[in-house]
Write a protein that binds this ligand. Structure first.
Ligand code: TRP
Ligand code: ZN
Length: 474
């Protein structure tokens, strides 16, 4: 599902293949050249044009819906799966790519006709029997199987399908989706999802959205999850384990589903109990919660080392503390509903979610946001905090570093102090509302802040998110 906005966001439009070749490193140009036959006029690009992850996503089509049917054998770690993608060709397509890494593909069809395919690194290259004309809706079915495993990111962390002692912890940011399903795996292309997961009886399989059905037969249980709001592939999960499940509906009508590893249950309970009040507090500041469903997956996977804001149902590698719960919940507005168009803009996710922690603390008897700012500002000029600009970290290896989180939040505190509390909150709320279930760019955020405050803010943002080095005392 591609929002119309995509076309208008500066620097974020789906680039033509030529523009991609001009904008990205030589390595990608080489890949594109190598995969481009003489009939280049009908070939979908191998990437979406994001310099941080050049092969992520693909060009030439737009996915509307994923229907993923997964069977996972927790004793062998084998996955047997079928993915059905409903998509729209955005140009004439004689051939197109999906992102899929590892696993064995046993068959591909396009609109029920067998298609030919080959693997080239993380690209699954599909040639339908007949070219698809621009504007045509089509379905791709991919049958695949194997033992999925994680991908190692440029920063050394792992994401994707991460096996655990009782199942798998499945976290896709920024690259992991391709380790377990074929996709147009760039955040530009959001889609709806139906995910059906069959696991041995006694295990629970959790994804985003609402649980449509749960059936046990012949020693296996099948969970059918439906995500009916547009979702980026990096925010999808299929986490499996032995979980204690808790379900309830909040006074606001949200369907909550919590799945908790029993070994983490005692530590998680007092924090999870606060989820409805955290979401209500955030809704009062950021505008209505963007989804119908909510909840948490609390696994025991300490080797992962991070939590993830999977859409509607964040994923924790251990019992979270309250600040982490507030952080992942805030991402539901900032990152999940309003999604970045290129990874360089990651501060729109992490700076905002960090700021939500500061504001929550301030309004619950803890340290104020200004105190958090001051404590960080006291760090010496040589500190990592000032090493690079939050709005231009420079590579995929730095997406989750201190400048993005902490200095990103500091920029928002400078904005608040400059425009006043009321206008600041109006900016956040308008941002969440205007880009709801869509995308947003740093430029758009700056323009919105200027429009609502009536102030020129280029300098402020340049200083706090656009330059490296410690800014002069404000
Ligand atoms: N986005 C996560 C958060 O809420 C952090 C995260 C996701 C992460 N994937 C990661 C951190 C990979 C380090 C490495 O902050
Ligand atoms: Zn975060």
């Amino acid at each position: 599902m591609t929002p119309a906005r995509r076309q208008t966001a500066p620097g974020t439009a789906v680039l033509s293949r030529k523009a991609v070749a001009a904008a990205v490193p030589v390595a990608l140009a080489a890949v594109l050249a190598a995969t481009t036959p003489a009939s280049a006029g009908t070939v979908g690009a191998a990437g979406a044009g994001d310099p941080y992850f050049p092969l992520q996503g693909n060009g030439g089509y737009d996915v509307r819906h994923y229907d993923l049917r997964l069977g996972y054998d927790t004793s062998t770690g084998r996955l047997t799966a079928r993915a059905v993608l409903s998509a729209l060709a955005t140009r004439r397509l004689g051939r197109f790519d999906l992102d899929l890494s590892g696993l064995k593909v046993t068959g591909v069809s396009v609109d029920h006709a067998k298609a030919s395919f080959r693997r080239r690194g993380q690209e699954l290259v599909v040639t339908p029997r007949h070219a698809l004309h621009a504007g045509r809706r089509f379905q791709v079915t991919v049958d695949y199987q194997g033992k999925p495993g994680p991908v190692t990111d440029p920063d050394g962390s792992t994401d994707g399908w991460i096996p655990t002692d009782d199942g798998a912890f499945v976290a896709n940011e920024p690259q992991g989706a391709m380790t377990w399903f074929p996709a147009n795996s760039h955040p530009l292309d959001k889609a709806l999802y139906d995910i059906t997961i069959t696991v041995p009886e006694g295990r629970t399989a959790v994804s985003g959205g609402v649980l449509v059905s749960r059936r046990t037969r012949g020693g296996h249980t099948t969970f059918h999850w439906r995500q009916s709001a547009p979702t980026a592939a990096y925010l999808v999960t299929a986490t499996i384990g032995r979980f204690k499940v808790e379900r309830y509906t909040t006074p606001d009508g949200l369907e909550v589903y919590n799945a908790v590893d029993p070994r983490e249950a005692a530590a998680a309970a007092p924090v999870l109990r606060k989820l409805p009040s955290v979401l209500a507090w955030e809704s009062a500041r950021f505008g209505p919660y963007p989804f119908r469903a909510a909840g948490a997956v609390v696994d025991r996977a300490p080797q992962v080392g991070y939590a993830l804001e999977t859409q509607t149902r964040p994923l924790y590698d251990r019992a979270p503390d309250l600040a982490t719960l507030v952080h992942e919940s805030a991402h539901q507005w900032f990152g999940d509903s309003v999604t970045l168009t290129r990874w360089q803009d990651i501060w729109l996710n992490e700076g905002f979610a960090t700021y939500a922690e500061w504001l929550y603390s301030e309004q619950h008897g803890g340290r104020t946001a200004q105190q958090a700012f001051d404590a960080l500002y006291a760090r010496p000029a040589g500190d990592d905090l000032w090493a690079y600009p939050p709005a231009n970290p420079g590579s995929g290896a730095r997406l989750f570093d201190t400048p993005v989180y902490a200095r990103g939040a500091m920029a928002l505190q400078r904005l608040r102090v400059t425009v006043g509390d009321a206008t600041f909150l109006r900016v956040l709320r308008t941002w969440a509302q205007d880009h709801r279930h869509g995308h947003g760019t740093t430029d758009q955020f700056i323009r919105l802040s200027e429009r609502l405050s009536g102030k020129k803010l280029d300098r402020l943002f340049h200083t706090w998110i656009g330059t490296a080095g410690k800014p002069a005392k404000p």
